[in-house]
Design a protein around this ligand. Sequence first.
Ligand code: ADP
Ligand code: ADP
Length: 232
Amino acid sequence: MMELVQVTKVYEQGRRTVQAVRGVSLRIGTGEFVSIMGPSGSGKSTLLHLLGGLDVPTTGQAIFQGDDLQAMSDRQRTMIRRHRIGFVFQFFNLLPTLTAIENVALPLLLAGEKRRVAHERARASIDRIGMLRRADHLPDELSGGEMQRIAIARALVTDPEAILCDEPTGNLDSANSKAILELLRTLPEPGKRSVVMVTHDPNSAHYADRLITIRDGLLDSDISTNRVPAKA
Ligand code: ADP
Ligand code: ADP
């Protein structure tokens, strides 16, 4: 479970201070697929960074699977990000000089895994998202949708407890967006893995089982969509 307890986040912008998050409490259960929606500048990315230990609260607590992220050393937080969380970004963040499979293997190599094992697991992760035919291609030989699939394979390769997505469809056309959202929907596992996605796009947000909206750094609404299986 991931939890924010009365979290605020203040940034200094020159002589100005910006209250990006103004007192948010939130629990995300293991196995949930949650979207966080709000307009640009409402604090979505900041919330995601706090949940994933990329940033620490100014006040309040961010807790990952029972551990207070702020109470840890930078090194401990880095270990949690590397081993237990997968990140997916709007612009994919693939390294241009590495092939798809090398990009996917990278988190395991950084975590100290042997090269042969890392490549075997990278191949399995790419297979899971149906991209084996592109495994040996460079990012600039792939379409946007294919690059985001490879980025998802990279996020999955460590078998993480959480996958955190920042505008994952923000750079994709509607057909590719739909495919990526359908793929994200398959990733949560009860008792094992949750998926959190921030987006400004209502159509994307509605793929999740739970929709949280934020406005000016405050929670605005939190609803379970109780999705009914589509009838044929
Ligand atoms: P969103 O993801 O909803 O667009 P952000 O979380 O990126 O919102 O930003 C919320 C507010 O915090 C904005 O006013 C933004 O300018 C500010 N902000 C975000 N990150 C930083 C930073 N690293 N330094 C200074 N201000 C920041
Ligand atoms: P934005 O939300 O402004 O589009 P990104 O989502 O690309 O920016 O990245 C947000 C921040 O997270 C950046 O400061 C980036 O350096 C950092 N970051 C990205 N991936 C990781 C990671 N795996 N571990 C630690 N920090 C990361």
